[in-house]
Ligand binder design. Sequence first.
Ligand SMILES: Cc1ncc(C[n+]2csc(CCOP(=O)(O)OP(=O)(O)O)c2C)c(N)n1
Ligand SMILES: CC(=O)[C@@H](O)[C@H](O)COP(=O)(O)O
Ligand SMILES: [Mg+2]
Length: 641
Amino acid sequence: MSVLESISGPGDLRRLDSGELTRLAVEIRDFLVEAVSKTGGHLGPNLGAVELTIALHRVFDSPRDKILFDTGHQAYVHKLLTGRQDFSLLRRRGGLSGYPSQAESEHDVIENSHASTALSYADGLAKAFALRGEHDRAVVAVVGDGALTGGMCWEALNNIAAGADRPVIIVVNDNGRSYSPTIGGLASHLADLRITRGYERALDMIKKTVPRAPVVGPVAYEALHGVKKGLKDVLQPQAMFEDLGMKYVGPIDGHDTEAVEHALRRARGFGAPVIVHCITRKGYGYAPAENNEEDCMHGGGAFDPATGKSVAKGGGVSWTKVFGQEMVQIGAERPDVVGITAAMLHPVGLAPFAEAYPDRIFDVGIAEQHAVTSAAGLAMGGLHPVVAVYATFLNRAFDQVLMDVALHRQAVTFVLDRAGVTGDDGASHNGMWDLSILQVVPGMRIAVPRDGARLRELLRECVATGDGPTALRFPKGSVVADIEAIDRIGSMDVLARHPGSNGARVLLVAAGSMAATAVEVAERLAAQGIGSTVLDPRWVKPLDPALLEEARRHTMVAVVEDNGRVGAVGDAVARLLRDSEVDVPVRTFGIPQEFLDHAARAEILADIGLTPQDLARDIIEAVARAGEHDPAAETAPAPRD
Ligand SMILES: Cc1ncc(C[n+]2csc(CCOP(=O)(O)OP(=O)(O)O)c2C)c(N)n1
Ligand SMILES: CC(=O)[C@@H](O)[C@H](O)COP(=O)(O)O
Ligand SMILES: [Mg+2]
């Protein structure tokens, strides 16, 4: 039996000797490379957190002590050490989540995969334990250097530092990277800290060579003392954390289990808020990850363990790539257009723009709120910023969109990638909120492209809009083949028309990526004798008033959208018809307003009925209930495949 197989829980860890600990780290790395090569996942971050996580579970008694992981993508080792070693269905239906999950284990706390939250949870937990008199319970938060660039961390630090009687132990997992190298003043401060080891050695050297004052006389001694002080100020920058009222331990070699364990025991013994600064390498111990310049195999699909090369079947051109290519074209024509990313230059597709226009790209760190309000500043300064984020991450910058950009009617374009169901990253990654929250923003215009051609077209319309904010959203994965319009009504594209053989006529309003699905639904309805028109609004906010006249020519409006059902396009269409007294029923087909468990996107779309066959069946039944159509009268059975 391997050492890893002998670990059924954290208690088993404490019985291991140093030789077994060393073997355990090797076994965990081998396990991670093998398992993640099959399922895909966050290999790089987890290879960097092996020794750190082993030490954590040897020093702290989870779940009585709380061990929190910021973002949670680096918690695979934590899962292995807390009784979960079947990774065969990692991030897949029925398998382990790629993030902590309270349903999986009492050792798991934070399920939200949005970065920079762990210190706030920690502050809250520490206050709760103090108030309940549970002073023996430790609260430990593991936070990456990338997550530390998020503003919430500093809000929390401000509070944690004030809580001498409710100590939080903050373990900074500093590998110098988010996806790419972490940016900003804090990152360089952490980098300074990393060289502190040099400071200690330099200080020792000075101590040994600088003779005592009586020997060299006060003037010379003062001069030499000034050198030492200067060195101390320059090379010993942990003062920042200590100035905050935090104790600082480090920097520690984050791949030396015993050193980390010793530092954690010291930290626990302080009984005061403390930062344990661990220096790690993302992808440590697996060369293809360590040497991967772009992101150290931060995330991604299945790969060949021998080479680290992706084995994912080539799925065509991604929406992200189409966006990135068009941005380079726009950048050549519009010197006022600049790009902003929140530590995700490559994932959001802005790397080609950055390469072409290096002084017109701003990576603000994992700081979406700052990204948005700084975009308002850039726009006020006469530029047109394009803020590219994953749709779900815009949630945390809602007030900035509303009160900093829209209130000032600033020409900022938000490009929301991973919009709609993403699936394998779990509930907090689905981009199912943006069409709802942006609906309430006065002056916001929202474009939803149905394919690559429309993405290029609508992106240009967005950046050509100078009197207020625009947003454009598209899903994860490959673009579908272009779907050409057969007609145009106002600013909307007609994609299909079917006459039908009875009174029913359904107006299918398809938002963005649901267009291909809607075209197929219309064909299924036609087979049942139900007439329809498939309409791509292109802009879903504001809706084109021409929609009203088109609705009047139908007996039902069915809106299909890859967003939560509440307060999005369907509700906006219903409100428009109601306010204009167009008495045609509107049915909305979207994502139920729930947190969805992790699974593949296709599985979830099937679960929630956003497939052509389910939609057709539901619409046929709705038409029948409305009395315009009796399916039994038809010869062909209702489609159920
Ligand atoms: C609010 C938010 N924005 C962006 C992301 C995407 N994201 C996931 S992990 C990551 C990098 C995290 O870097 P770090 O905290 O240093 O952890 P590491 O992967 O280096 O261990 C980013 C940007 C996120 N999860 N949450
Ligand atoms: C942890 C995190 O937020 C991302 O790394 C997430 O896994 C998105 O991955 P994709 O870029 O594959 O959608
Ligand atoms: Mg990092």
